[in-house]
Ligand binder design. Structure first.
Ligand code: ZN
Ligand code: ZN
Length: 62
């Protein structure tokens, strides 16, 4: 099972590309970079620290 990546920011709803820059908390609430900055790096839902989301692994099929 691959980790399911949310495709939009929790705060502003902007679309987040899987390979683009995004930030997540421990509960996988997902934010865009500008909202992460606006929130001071803290999740508005759970108060967890937001960290840079790692890039997903390269897909095996093209
Ligand atoms: Zn946002
Ligand atoms: Zn959270």
């Amino acid at each position: 099972m691959a980790l399911e990546l949310r495709a939009s920011c929790e705060q502003c709803g902007t679309t987040l590309a899987a390979e683009g820059e995004a930030y997540i908390c421990i509960h996988e609430c997902t934010y865009c970079p500008s909202c992460t900055t606006a929130l001071g790096g803290v999740c508005r839902n759970c108060g967890g620290e937001l960290v840079r989301r790692p890039r997903p692994p390269e897909p095996l099929t093209s």
